[in-house]
Design a protein around this ligand. Structure first.
Ligand SMILES: *Cc1c(COP(=O)(O)O)cnc(C)c1O
Length: 373
């Protein structure tokens, strides 16, 4: 049996292990230590502008804190992209708020600004004023930020940007992770660079950063006095050290993932019945965290293609099942034309690791050739 080809594998080098060992030996292994602030500074410099970064234990926690900073709680409505991972919406539920799902548009597969405005107008008519809009740069493809932010400004509803998988992606030359009132990144093991697990919240104001750190460290004041319910969300100093090392090769990792994309592009154009997701024009610069394809359903079914890849020990996965169709979210409001259901029914993610070898790439191409003949 061939070795497994993973969808998105962590990419470590010898130096990462050295840094890990050094940090353990330093004794600063908890959520205090010099690497945390250095890691935050590094992300701030990657993001540019006036980004204020808070290092946390996951991207999910970062979304949770963004909602807390917006004082979202029980009875509030939050507009949320439906075509995404469950981690985008779960923090809305942790806060006791109600998600209202918005469909994606066909060019980036991210939140459709037209359905967004339609939803806002309808909610306002029904005397519900949504408190926030959660937009995703899914699979590393930037959303249509000009249009989304125009709607956000028009109605005065703040945006939270879930750029969990989009570190290194840009829209009109601006980094993903800087478009929201609050934005988040993930450093989970499957993302473009990793701290093993981890995330950051990106704010625009210093007082927001200070409050986020306070909430993330059990809302602790002087002398073990706690002002309110806090969280244990801070990043560990050990993981921050790994992250610092990983960030030094971020640009290389983006290039390697983009090279995968162009390799897939030249291979897939030689095949019929498969469409690769691409950047629609030069406004969009994707890190191509994952490469996504749509199958022509009259030629190949998703389940049979998945089966074929799994037989060859290759990790190919379905695109997201839209959240409004998830069993636990079925009773939620939804605005759209069901496009994401079509993405789910015909779409797959292909192995896209930055350390994918030419031999592995050939193995993937061979499987395509067997079922497409
Ligand atoms: C990975 C991911 C998350 C969650 O990040 P964690 O660090 O695993 O909590 C959230 N949203 C999207 C779109 C993701 O890809």
């Amino acid at each position: 049996m061939y070795s497994k080809i993973w969808l998105s594998k962590p990419h470590f080098e010898k130096e990462d292990f050295d840094v890990f060992k050094e940090t353990i030996v330093s004794n600063w292994v908890s959520t205090v230590g010099p690497n945390i602030a250095s890691f935050e500074k590094s992300i701030e410099s990657v993001m540019g502008g006036n980004s204020k970064v808070v290092a946390l234990n996951s991207g999910t926690s970062a979304i949770h804190l963004a909602l807390k900073l917006l004082e979202i709680g029980s009875g509030d409505e939050v507009l949320c992209q439906t075509f995404t991972f469950c981690a985008t919406v779960n923090p809305i539920l942790y806060c006791g708020a109600t998600p209202v799902f918005i469909e994606s548009e066909k060019e980036t597969w991210n939140m459709c600004p037209v359905f967004l405005e339609e939803a806002i107008q309808d909610r306002l008519k029904k005397k519900c004023r949504p408190k926030a809009i959660v937009v995703v740069d899914s699979y590393g493809m930037p959303a249509k930020w000009d249009e989304i932010l125009a709607v956000s400004r028009k109605y005065g509803i703040p945006v939270i940007e879930d750029a969990a998988a989009a570190l290194g992606s840009m829209y009109k030359g601006q980094m993903c992770g800087t478009f929201g009132e609050y934005s988040i990144l993930s450093f989970n093991g499957n993302k473009i660079v990793t701290t093993s697990s981890g995330g950051v919240l990106i704010c625009k104001e210093n007082h927001d950063k200070e409050r986020a750190i306070y909430l993330a460290t059990q809302a602790k004041q002087e002398g073990f006095i706690h002002g309110e319910v806090g969280y244990n969300f801070r990043m560990s100093n050990v993981l921050a050290a790994i992250g610092l090392k990983q960030l030094t090769v971020l640009e290389k990792r983006v290039q390697q993932r983009r090279e995968n994309h162009f390799r897939y592009q030249s291979f897939i154009t030689t095949l019929g019945g498969i469409e690769l997701q691409k950047e629609k024009n030069s406004n969009f610069y994707a890190n191509f965290w994952l490469n996504c394809i749509l199958l022509d359903p009259s030629l190949n079914s998703k389940t049979s293609v998945l089966k074929e890849f799994s037989k060859h020990n290759i990790d190919v996965r379905s695109l997201w099942c839209p959240l409004h169709l998830q069993p636990y979210l079925k009773k939620t409001l939804y605005y759209g034309d069901h496009y994401s259901q079509q993405l789910f029914e015909t779409g797959l993610c292909l192995p896209s690791s930055s350390n994918l070898t030419p031999e592995e790439f050939d193995r993937i191409c061979q499987v395509f050739k067997t079922f497409l003949k």
